[in-house]
Design a protein around this ligand. Structure first.
Ligand code: HSE
Length: 437
């Protein structure tokens, strides 16, 4: 057996939902994977900080010191699936320093430390693959980096947190309680270790940060992303949006404009007839508008052991082929050549132009709506639709307004003026609206 057809040894650091799924998939599909790569791929070493009763690990070296995996000379490829940004960063950098290729599903790590990690990998001539970091089993990294390589991306918009979409779907379709659905998402292995990352939009912002870098050839800049989660959404807003022909989805949006890049995650009204409006449960979807291909849509399971393992193992297959070719994958980590990464600014949210759904509670008195429309028009905000709902028990009238596109800064000022009106009760609810046309 020569070096190019001997088995490839994989070391896995972390055996949670994703690591366990990858281990099982490498075993279950071993014959098919070997047909695809011409090599046997075997898990030779796993690192787990605590023993995991019930896992079949016969024939595999098991270390509680997880650094033993990356320092094992026999390991060819390290799979980092422990999550977090401290030990995970050290593990990945140590694997790179040891000249090993890495596969990671860790979007948090890449969104915050990806620039450093990719630079280290490039200097060492190894590769850090991360298909599993975004949209679970949907191969969106390969799409943005390779499939759409001929295109100039204008914008992308995605449902990129399975837990959040699962919660929104169950709340809307079955009237279930937020907390109760979240517990189910955790039991199904969808949620992050800290589920606040899912429901407060942080996980989606990590993934959006990565996709924006691949789409536009810019550094990873998670700290510049605008992040809003789903915890403030009410069933009333969902119902009012539906009556007007819209669905509320939690979207990550990255858009190229003349002034810079929009990078934002927030609940969004989208026309109910769009395909992406019909993406339910744990499914993710990413809509990419690029030239010349136009709009393309990518859909599939965004979380869970099997779908995420599918992406991890696809990366392993790529790396095994590279090892056999005695090369490193020649696709740049961020899709563009490192020296061509652009310093295009990320726009602050106040400089973003979008449409809005506003809900306000007005006293049932003559002249209130006139005051509302006067404030909006004085800020150059034109109204697309206005609906007054029946008086509620406490005497206030819900008023729903859809606006045409306007600068967020102007909308912030208008909302402050509306809330200062004595006949407007409480805070104004604002949900951004995108036609995705
Ligand atoms: N917690 C994530 C989600 C897992 O629900 O989408 C997949 O990245």
């Amino acid at each position: 057996m020569n070096a190019l057809n001997k088995p490839v040894n994989v070391g896995i650091v972390g055996l949670g939902t994703v690591g366990g799924g990858a281990l099982n998939l490498l075993r279950d599909n071993a014959a098919e994977l070997s047909r695809r790569t011409g090599r046997e791929i075997r898990v030779s070493h796993v690192g787990i900080r605590r023993d995991k009763p019930g896992l079949e690990l016969a024939g595999i070296t098991v270390s509680n010191d997880i650094f033993a995996v990356v320092n094992d000379p026999a390991v060819d490829i390290v799979v980092e699936v422990i999550g977090g940004t401290t030990t995970a960063r050290e593990i990945v950098l140590q694997a790179i320093a040891n000249g090993k290729h890495v596969v990671t599903a860790n979007k948090w790590l890449l969104a915050e430390h990806g620039n450093e990690i990719f630079a280290a990998a490039e200097a060492k001539g190894v590769y850090v693959a991360f298909e599993a970091a975004v949209a679970g089993g949907v191969p969106i990294i390969k799409v943005l980096r390779e499939g759409l390589a001929a295109n100039r991306v204008d914008w992308l918009a995605g449902i990129i947190n399975g837990t959040g979409n699962f919660i929104l779907t169950e709340m809307r379709d079955k009237g279930r309680d937020f907390a109760d659905v979240l517990v189910e998402a955790q039991a199904l292995g969808y949620a992050e270790a800290d589920p606040a990352f899912d429901v407060e939009g942080i996980d989606a912002a990590h993934k959006l940060t990565i996709m924006a870098s691949l789409a536009f050839g810019i550094p990873l800049q998670f700290d510049k992303a605008y992040v809003e989660g789903i915890t403030q959404l009410t069933r009333d807003d969902v119902a009012y949006a539906e009556e007007l022909g819209y669905r509320i989805k939690h979207l990550g949006i990255a858009r190229r404009t003349a002034d810079g890049i929009e990078l934002r995650v927030h609940p969004t009204l989208i026309p109910a007839e769009r395909l992406i409006a019909n993406v339910h449960g744990v499914k993710n979807a990413v809509l990419v508008q690029s030239d010349p291909v136009g709009a393309t849509l990518y859909y599939g399971a965004g979380a869970g052991a099997g779908p995420t393992a599918s992406a991890v193992v696809a990366d392993i297959v790529d790396l095994v082929r590279s090892l056999t070719a005695e090369s490193s994958p020649n696709v740049p980590h961020l899709a563009f050549m490192p020296q061509a990464i652009a310093a295009t600014p990320i726009l602050p949210m106040e400089s973003v132009v979008t449409s809005y759904f506003l809900r306000l509670q007005a006293e049932d008195k003559p002249g209130v709506l006139a005051d509302v429309t006067r404030i909006l028009s004085s800020r150059g905000i034109s109204i697309e639709a206005i609906v007054q709902k029946p008086v509620q028990a406490e005497g206030a009238v819900p008023v729903i307004i859809l606006t045409n596109p306007v600068l967020e800064r102007e909308m912030n000022r208008a909302i402050a003026e509306l809330e200062a009106l004595s006949d407007i009760v409480g805070a104004v609810t604002r949900i951004r609206l995108e036609t995705l046309a």
